[in-house]
Each structure stands twice: as structure tokens, then as C-alpha cells.
Design a protein around this ligand. Structure first.
Ligand code: ADP
Ligand code: MG
Length: 728
């Protein structure tokens, strides 16, 4: 490699034209230190002439009631500040070749007004409306400033304009659309020729990829859409290829290092246990159990993801696998994210398996030291068969006699490191991780690529779909009446108040105040209990058990009951301030009911305005960007009313939040995907995956000279991800 080039690319951005120390500092804050970093700061989007509309087209569009965003290029003619109800409103008049339009700001007027001077050209993006005087208006649109030259090229030659994200750090040193584009443009022209190829020649030619220098140039200044797409393709391919290589290395490491146990059915323990259950397993549960048994029999350590919607009956499957492990003389550990859930699993599981002489214990943070010591001793001596617990399980002083099987419930709550930590307490134990969030196949193959996947895709029989309603706060009196009526028929209710953080004192206070009010006032003739995260584990356990045993009609709680809680007698869940919860969280909460064979209800309580709007399904009101969060909120609530299945819910959540947030990708120990869309780029992912597998099969240690570039790049760009592999 050329040392001169490396030196140039790694020189600080400070010395670039128009940068200097102050701007360099701003760049550093968003991770841009060197010239190379800047070359890899790609546009977040592009202005493409084919997606622009002129004012006469937009007029048509609005007249025909189309909704959605449009982009238009306009020149500033004039601006004015209007006072209305003691507030300032900024109006900017603009025009394009076909006519006039106006942009309006109700907030930030002081800052915005200085942005516009007659003759300035902007790309304006937003949702257009017609004013009562019949002209086009954009309220709080997005703006990108464009030079005269750019706009001429754009209109005459169809050149595409890159738009870079301008964070507040960049703004702070006066970097705007124009200045940033100029700085990057000049860096690309001067220095991109020094970039070194980051993919092996064989892969580039086999997959017909664009070389790195062209890719970088075209991402910044594409000549046309076709070229831009090719450059993007290369970028995505490279991103996913490296991720797949990491996965293959991890998998290789995992399998060669360990030889697992081979578990077979030894006695009639499992069949006796199955007979003792009050129900039969569903077809889906049996199928999954078959897959698990096959893995357990094989000497290759099992590493399996068990997926199934809330209430599909994952726990019982896991428990049967634990029994198989016991049958072979091994201990099992079940790790869950919350104390409440650990206590529930402990109570249920010990009740089910005690008759078979199986010893089960609970290990959580809130236990007394003496109690804990007894458990630890029994665990180390092998007296205990099953241990159920929280994070407390992977503390250092927890030792097993022979841990052969590990189950991790609600796995998205744990990181890879924690997963490995508990696993390391056994000698190659078999591992199952369970999750209620359906993960798209491409994602499970990529990000969770070292796991095999089993899906329970069927609910137990006799379940009735939960009826979900959305109600405004003013309906609360009626809702209380509903709870009271249903309580007479023996139905139990959860009432949930949002607590963003269980440690938030103020919100907790509010939730407790609501509880007092319900207990002493609205629901005074019912038995009302309370549970929240600040209670001791003993208090929490008592509250849950009392509710499970029917001592309460109503359990008021925070999100401590969000995951996993299973009380089939609970049929109604009221979720207050539903707009404050995420979609998958709402689905999880709703999954607390509908677990028996009675009709269940989920009532989402929200602001009257939301409820009215959604229930009447009228949503033509214009939403300005500051209100776009509101649009998402409405979509979330709407989907809850419309869909019952976790698959549908996950798909929408995915669209609203992106895969990283939804599926715990951040905790998976894998690099975040910046360019790949796991839903849309399936073909490309499969190609890159094949390429990665072939590459490592051929050259497991990446020692071929032609693969040196991969090795170098892995070590320079993915160093922190390598400790699960041998390359480090
Ligand atoms: P999740 O998949 O959400 O963890 P659980 O394992 O908590 O679901 O199961 C939900 C409820 O369904 C439990 O009360 C469990 O006993 C019950 N259940 C599990 N399997 C069946 C089945 N095949 N038939 C009827 N009920 C079942
Ligand atoms: Mg569960």
C-alpha cells in the first residue's frame, strides 16, 4: 500500500480549505477527524429532478386531495413577519417557473427570518396545503439551500444534488448546506484518488461491483440515478459482507472450540410430565420441541432462537427441554430480565415439577445474603436441578455443579456479552434464547446469524382474540364502570400507568396517586392492589401472588408487568397514556391478557383529541414537521386497534423505528447497519452471505495474500467486534 496516500487520507480535516480549528472541532464531535472520515460522510439523501414537482403540478396534487410530502425548487421573492394573537408568524414568498407559493413558520421565527434573502434558492420539502385565498402553502417545511449554478445544472442537465445531514454541532460553526457541500466537494476532487480498495479483486469482479474510488465519488456527486444506485449497491454489499464475515468467524469459533453434550431421553420423566399438564401441546409447540430435541441429541452445542408471539406458550417448551437436561443428569438455568418475571417462572415451574422430585430455586438481586448463600451452595454441590433468576445469575460467585442447559427469556433485553457470560458457567451447555418479537428471516440470518431459529406460529386452542379499544380520557368513568361490571362476573383487570424509567420518582408518585384515587374513590368497592419497580422483591412477589390467587380484582401497576407475566385469570388491561408507549411495548402489555379461554379486553386510554381522530378515521388535518411525531403516535395506536398478531405489529414497528431499535440489534454485538435495509435488500444480503461463507471456508484464517485487504480492514474498522473470533 502507498504510504503517501495513507498519510494524506489520515491528515486532519482542519487543514482543508475553509475548515480551520473551530469547524474541525465541530466535525470531530460527529466523528469526522480525518480527510478519509470526511470522504466517507455520505449524503443522507439526494435532490433528484425526477422527484421534484413544479408549482402547477403541486396545485393539481392538492386539489385532488393527495396526501404526502413533495419537493419543489423555489426562489425567494419576499418575506414578512405578521403578528397574530401576540405571536410572530414568518411568511416567505417564493416562486418557480410556474407560479407562486408560500412558506410559513409559527416557531423559531427569530432564527428563521435571517435565512431568507430575495434571490436565494431553496429546495422546499413538506406537505402542501391551499390557503383560504387559494395559494399553495408549506407550513414548517424542510429546506436545503442551493446555489444558482447548482440550480441551473439541476434544471438543465438533470444533475443530482447531494444533501448532507447538518447536525447541530455543524450548525454551531456556521456550516450549512452550501458550505458543507463545497468543503466535501473539494475534498472528494482532491483526495479520493488516494483511497485504497477495501474489497478483494475477485469479489469485485465476481459480483460486478463498483471500485471504491468511483463509489465514493459517485455517492457524493452522482451523474445520474443509475450510477448512484450502483455506488449504493457497492456500499451496501461491502457493509453486509463484512458483517457476514464477522458472523462466520464467530460461528466458526463457537463450533470448533466446543464439543457439546449429547442429551437423550433416558427415563419416562418427560412423558409423565406431559401427561400431568392440563392441556395438550399445540402442533407448533411439538414441531419446535422436535427441533430442540434433535439439537440436544447432537454433540454439537445447540444455539437456538425460539420465537413465538406473546402467549404462544414458549415457557412450557423450554421447561420440557430443561427436563430432558435433568434426565441426563445436568442442571439448567433460566435467565429472565425482571425480578417479577423470575418469581413468576419460579412459582409456576416449581409447582409443575415438584411432584417429580425436581429441585428448583430462585436467584435474584433482592434476596437476603443468607438465603442466597444457601442457594449458591446447593447450586455448586449439584443438589439443585433448575435455577431461575435475573442478572444475578451471571455474577462471579455463582457456580454450577454441571450446567448443561441455558435458557434466556426475552433475549432482546440481554446483550451478547451477558449471554456468553452465563453460558461460560457451564461446559458447552446447550442454549435457547426466547423472544416474542418476530424477526424477519433476513435479519435473523444476518444479525443473529449464529443462531438457528424455531418458530411457534400457532396459538393454543380456545383462545379468543383480544378486543382492543381506543378511548379518550373523558371516557374513564365509563371504563371504571366496565371494570366494576366485569369484576362482578369474576374478571380481573390490570391498570397500567406509564413510567418511562422505573426509577423516575415524580412519575412513580403520580402512578401511586392514581392508585390511591382508584382504591378510595372510583373502584372503592373492589379489591385493588399495587405493584411497581421501587417495591422490594418480596413486596412485588406478594402483590403478584395475591392477584394470581384472586385476592384482588384490580392490579394497578407500572411497566414492571410488561414482559412475560402470565396470569390466565386476568382478562382486562387498561393502558393509560397509551400514546407514550412504543408499539411493541403496547403489544407486550396487551399480551398480559387473553391467556385463558375467556373473552379479554385491552383498552388504550389516550388524549381525547387522539382518540377522536383515530376512531373517526379522519386524518386529513395538516401535520407540520414538529407534529410528525404525532403522526407516528397515531399510527401506533391505530395499529393496535387494527391488528392482533405480533407479526403485523412488528412489521409496522419496524417501519416506524427501523430494525436497530426494534430487534435489539444494538445489543447483538454486531456493527449497526447504516446502509442495508434488511427488509428490502434480501437478495443482496443472501449474495454477500454466500460470498462470506465461501471466503472463510476457503481461507479460515484469512491468510491468503488476496484476502489481506479484508484482514486489514477488519482489524482497522471492526476491531471491537473481533473478540468473538480468532482473527484478533
Ligand atoms: P409466552 O410465549 O408469551 O411466554 P407462556 O409460555 O407464558 O407464553 O404461555 C401462555 C399461557 O398459555 C400459559 O398460561 C401456559 O400455561 C398456557 N399454554 C401454553 N401452552 C398451551 C397449550 N398448548 N394449550 C393451552 N394453554 C397453553
Ligand atoms: Mg414468556
Amino acid at each position: 500500500m502507498n504510504n503517501e496516500s495513507i498519510k494524506i487520507l489520515s491528515s486532519p480535516v482542519m487543514y482543508l480549505k475553509s475548515v480551520g480549528p473551530k469547524r474541525a472541532e465541530s466535525f470531530a464531535k460527529i466523528g469526522i477527524h480525518t480527510v478519509k472520515d470526511l470522504l466517507f460522510y455520505f449524503p443522507s439523501r439526494y435532490l433528484d429532478r425526477s422527484t421534484m414537482l413544479d408549482s402547477s403540478k403541486i396545485y393539481e396534487y392538492v386539489i385532488n386531495n393527495y396526501e404526502g410530502e413533495v419537493t419543489i425548487l423555489g426562489k425567494v421573492i419576499d418575506k414578512e413577519i405578521i403578528r397574530y394573537a401576540r405571536k410572530e408568524i414568518l411568511k416567505v414568498q417564493m416562486r418557480d417557473s410556474k407560479g407562486f407559493f408560500e412558506c410559513v413558520w409559527f416557531h423559531g421565527v427569530k432564527y428563521m427570518k435571517d435565512l431568507f434573502n430575495p434571490g436565494d434558492i431553496f429546495a422546499v420539502a413538506g406537505k402542501p396545503v391551499l390557503t383560504k385565498y387559494g395559494h399553495l402553502e408549506f407550513v414548517h417545511p424542510d429546506l436545503d439551500r442551493i446555489t444558482e449554478t447548482e440550480s441551473n445544472q439541476f434544471l438543465n442537465t438533470g444533475k443530482i444534488i447531494p444533501v448532507y445531514r447538518i447536525s447541530k454541532e455543524l450548525k454551531a460553526s456556521n456550516l450549512g448546506d452550501l458550505s458543507l457541500r463545497r468543503i466535501i466537494n473539494s475534498a472528494v476532487e482532491k483526495y479520493s484518488a488516494h483511497l485504497q480498495e477495501t474489497l478483494p479483486e475477485e469479489i469485485i469482479s465476481m459480483h460486478n461491483l463498483m471500485p471504491i474510488i468511483e463509489t465514493v465519488r459517485n455517492l457524493h456527486y452522482p451523474s445520474d440515478m443509475q450510477t448512484l444506485n450502483e455506488a449504493l449497491h457497492r456500499l451496501k454489499f461491502e457493509e453486509i459482507l463484512y458483517l457476514e464475515i464477522l458472523i462466520v468467524l464467530r460461528k466458526q469459533n463457537y463450533q470448533t472450540k466446543r464439543v457439546g453434550n449429547s442429551f437423550t431421553i433416558k427415563t419416562n420423566l418427560v412423558s409423565r410430565f406431559l401427561k400431568s399438564l392440563p392441556f395438550e401441546l399445540t402442533k407448533a409447540q411439538l414441531k419446535v420441541l422436535g427441533e430442540i430435541r434433535r439439537d440436544m441429541e447432537s454433540a454439537k452445542p445447540m444455539n437456538r432462537l425460539l420465537q413465538g408471539d406473546v402467549g404462544s406458550g414458549k415457557t412450557i417448551v423450554a421447561l420440557i427441554a430443561m427436563l430432558i437436561s435433568k434426565d441426563n443428569g445436568f442442571q439448567s438455568a433460566l435467565m429472565v430480565p425482571t425480578e417479577v418475571l423470575a418469581m413468576q417462572h419460579f412459582n409456576n415451574i416449581s409447582r409443575l415439577v415438584n411432584p417429580f422430585g425436581i429441585k428448583t430455586a430462585l436467584l435474584i438481586g433482592g434476596q437476603k445474603k443468607s438465603e442466597r448463600n444457601v442457594i449458591l451452595k446447593m447450586l455448586a454441590s449439584g443438589e439443585l436441578d433448575f435455577i431461575i433468576g435475573t442478572h444475578a445469575l451471571f455474577e462471579e460467585n455463582v457456580e454450577f455443579n454441571n450446567l448443561g442447559f441455558v435458557i434466556i427469556d426475552e433475549q432482546h433485553r440481554f446483550g451478547v456479552a451477558q449471554r456468553l457470560n452465563i453460558i461460560s458457567k457451564g461446559i458447552s451447555p446447550d442454549v435457547i434464547v426466547m423472544s416474542a418479537t418476530p424477526i424477519p428471516r433476513t435479519l435473523s440470518m444476518t444479525v443473529y446469524g449464529d443462531l438457528d431459529v424455531s418458530v411457534i406460529d400457532e396459538m393454543p386452542k380456545n383462545r379468543k382474540p383480544i378486543k382492543t379499544y381506543l378511548r379518550g380520557e373523558k371516557k374513564l368513568p365509563e371504563i371504571y364502570k366496565f371494570i366494576i361490571d366485569k369484576a362482578k362476573a369474576g374478571l380481573k383487570t390490570y391498570i397500567i400507568y406509564p413510567l418511562v424509567k422505573e426509577s423516575d420518582k415524580l412519575e412513580l408518585k403520580a402512578a401511586i396517586a392514581h392508585y390511591e384515587e382508584l382504591k378510595n374513590h372510583h373502584l372503592k368497592n373492589l379489591q385493588v392492589g399495587l405493584i411497581h419497580g421501587q417495591m422490594s422483591s418480596k413486596e412485588k412477589d406478594e402483590a403478584m401472588s395475591a392477584f394470581a390467587q384472586g385476592q384482588y380484582d384490580v392490579l394497578v401497576g407500572t411497566t414492571v408487568i410488561e414482559v412475560g407475566i402470565d396470569i390466565p385469570e386476568a382478562n382486562i388491561i387498561i393502558i393509560n397514556d397509551a400514546h407514550r408507549f412504543g408499539l411493541s411495548q403496547l403489544h407486550q402489555l396487551r399480551g398480559r391478557v387473553g391467556r385463558g379461554n375467556q373473552q379479554s379486553f385491552c383498552i388504550l386510554v389516550t388524549r381525547d383529541e387522539f382518540a377522536e381522530k383515530i376512531n373517526s378515521a379522519i386524518n386529513s388535518e395538516f401535520l407540520s414537521p414538529s407534529q410528525l411525531e404525532k403522526q407516528k403516535t397515531i399510527t401506533r395506536l391505530q395499529s393496535m386497534v387494527k391488528y392482533n398478531s405480533g407479526f403485523d405489529i412488528a412489521e409496522i414497528d419496524f417501519k416506524l423505528r427501523g430494525p436497530g431499535d426494534v430487534f435489539g440489534v444494538r445489543q447483538s454485538g454486531m456493527p449497526e447497519l447504516k446502509y442495508i435495509n434488511v427488509v428490502e435488500d434480501t437478495t443482496l444480503i443472501m449474495q454477500a452471505r454466500d460470498a462470506a461463507f465461501r471466503l472463510i471456508a476457503e481461507d479460515p484464517n484469512l491468510s491468503f495474500p488476496s484476502h489481506k485487504v479484508i484482514r486489514t480492514n477488519l482489524i482497522s474498522s471492526y476491531k471491537d467486534k473481533l473478540h468473538y473470533s480468532k482473527i484478533a
